[in-house]
Design a protein around this ligand. Structure first.
Ligand code: PMV
Length: 324
């Protein structure tokens, strides 16, 4: 019996529908080629050990009977609560050693916490012969994110589990894989790390102040997501880009864009992109742009001149998989 397995999960990029998805509305997310990897080994010593050098966590150790109790360092939270939740739900237990390795910096907003949570769930499912279907892995990983973070739509968990490009809604009630060809997407980092919970709370405050107005914005975003689903499946990048611009306008009304993001977005549009928007919570992280193939270089250059860092990102990649 193998006591060790290595699982790889993709990061994610939100294409359309951020913030609105937190209120049960649909969004479109794509899995990216920047992946998280975790080697998970069952041990007989009754402890959880975590090594996660990417988040400066080395040789963290906790008795399995104490999981979730006391102070947990930031870098260990998701993995520790993931192991605890799985052990409790399936009435199993073991010593576990988790060693994670990320192909991307956690500052980019590609969903490193969710990706590592899903790695651990999938690994334990394999090693403990639970053979959990994807939806079970999704549900318990999403519960873990809510336990740790208190908030979140779960879209990033869905991307890590299923991969591809997904229409996602309502805490995972809808997870639909979209048939999409290579998207000519340009991705650029703003240099600013966004704090998702603060931004989600900011939108919640606006919603509390004027729910009618904010619900109206969410309705418009929902319309855009519906049209974007069709346009993306038709490889109609021009329409998809125009929809990105409309989505960005509504995100600006939700007060989550920033002067830096705006500058990068308008540079992309000025250099011939079909459209551009922020991706994710806003406040920083990345922008995405859709551009005709022959304009890619010009658009990338313009974004760089506006202070962005253009990243090489492959989208629409495979979900959680066993590496060995
Ligand atoms: O935290 P990010 O950048 O992955 O994106 C958050 C997207 C939100 O819709 C704002 C929050 C969520 O959980 O869906």
């Amino acid at each position: 019996m193998s006591k060790s397995t290595t699982i790889s999960t993709p990061g994610k990029l939100m294409l359309f529908g951020e913030h609105s998805v937190v209120y049960g509305n649909p969004c479109i997310v794509t899995a990216v080629g920047q992946r998280m990897q975790a080697k998970v080994t069952l041990s007989g010593d009754g402890t959880l050990q975590i090594d996660a050098p990417d988040v400066h966590l080395e040789e963290y150790r906790k008795e399995v009977s104490d999981l979730g109790i006391g102070d947990i360092p930031k870098g260990a939270k998701f993995v520790e609560v993931a192991v605890k939740n799985l052990f409790e739900k399936y009435s199993v237990s073991s010593g576990v050693h988790v060693s994670t390795q990320s192909q991307f910096s956690s500052k980019l907003g590609f969903g490193s916490s969710s990706a590592s949570t899903v790695c651990v769930m999938k690994a334990l499912s394999v090693l403990m012969h639970l053979d959990l279907p994807n939806k079970e892995i999704f549900d318990i990983a999403y519960k873990t994110v809510l336990d740790v973070q208190g908030k979140g739509s779960g879209f990033d968990i869905a991307a890590a589990v299923y991969g591809g490009t997904l229409l996602y809604q309502n805490g995972g009630e809808v997870i639909e894989s979209l048939e999409i060809a290579d998207i000519p997407l340009i991705v650029a980092y703003s240099g600013v790390k966004a704090d998702t919970v603060t931004l989600v709370n900011g939108v919640a405050a606006l919603h509390e102040k004027d729910s009618q107005k904010i619900n109206g914005i969410f309705e418009e975003i929902t319309q855009i997501v519906g049209k974007a689903k069709e346009a993306l499946q038709d490889s109609d990048w021009k329409t998809s880009g125009a929809l990105m611009n409309e989505n960005q306008e509504l995100l600006t009304q939700l007060e989550v864009s920033t002067p830096k993001l705006d500058a990068m977005i308008s540079a992309a549009r000025g250099a011939g992109a079909y459209g551009a928007k922020l991706s994710g919570a806003g406040g920083g992280d990345c922008i995405i742009a859709l551009a005709p193939k022959d304009k890619t270089d010009e658009v990338s250059k313009a974004i760089t001149q506006a202070g962005g860092e253009v990243l090489t990102v492959i989208v629409n990649v495979t979900g959680a998989k066993i590496v060995e």
